[in-house]
Design a binder for this molecule. Sequence first.
Ligand SMILES: C/C(=C\COP(=O)(O)O)CCC[C@H](C)CCC[C@H](C)CCCC(C)C
Ligand SMILES: Nc1ccn([C@@H]2O[C@H](COP(=O)(O)OP(=O)(O)O)[C@@H](O)[C@H]2O)c(=O)n1
Length: 193
Amino acid sequence: MASWPLFSNSTGARFFAAVVPFLNCARLLTYGLGFYSDEALVKSVTREGKREELLRGPLYYVIVLLIIVLVFWRDSPIGIISLSMMSGGDGFADIVGRRFGSLKLPFNDKKSWVGSAAMFISGFLLSALMLSYFSWLGYIQVSWDQAIGKLVLVALAATAVECIPVTDVVDDNISVPLATMLVAFLLFGNTAN
Ligand SMILES: C/C(=C\COP(=O)(O)O)CCC[C@H](C)CCC[C@H](C)CCCC(C)C
Ligand SMILES: Nc1ccn([C@@H]2O[C@H](COP(=O)(O)OP(=O)(O)O)[C@@H](O)[C@H]2O)c(=O)n1
């Protein structure tokens, strides 16, 4: 996301930026379906070392990234916030929760209070940072007197979705960005005011 300003202002720039996520989709499908093998890839992005895992979390992650680049790109807060919540929020929830998450949530013994707090704080901070970044470069306009409160609500919604026990039904690499897109659209529309 931070590299998006490096692309030109042409209408096709987003498609050029989508090349890397697209190629990674193809890579994950190729190796996940077993057409070829890449033990290093499997070891680096899976938990149990099974190639089939490539077709779940990692593939959903890269598909969501591809969609965000193509649909929202750098001139909409919705994609910026959604990607921040998925990469920063959900990512830190995992890292912090695994290490410090001894006190589990009463309704989901696979998630913890600390992990959810990490999700909220890191998702909010990264979203604010990236909105500042793209605002500073002139891609979006942000009215911070309203945006902060809206970002708190978006982060709360993303955190709530991440901690509910639906991972067995829908991966949080899908549910978190989708929920974020909906709430960010309702609160920000396609501008960041
Ligand atoms: C490990 C990943 C997701 C797992 O999520 P979860 O199940 O733990 O919630 C991410 C998989 C990443 C993928 C293999 C490679 C993605 C590369 C990306 C499209 C572009 C990276 C550009 C680079 C930083 C220059
Ligand atoms: N809200 C959260 C999220 C994750 N975690 C911890 O992080 C681990 C991975 O969480 P996850 O299954 O949501 O992982 P991702 O697929 O989101 O990366 C969980 O098994 C918990 O140990 C947590 O404690 N609290």
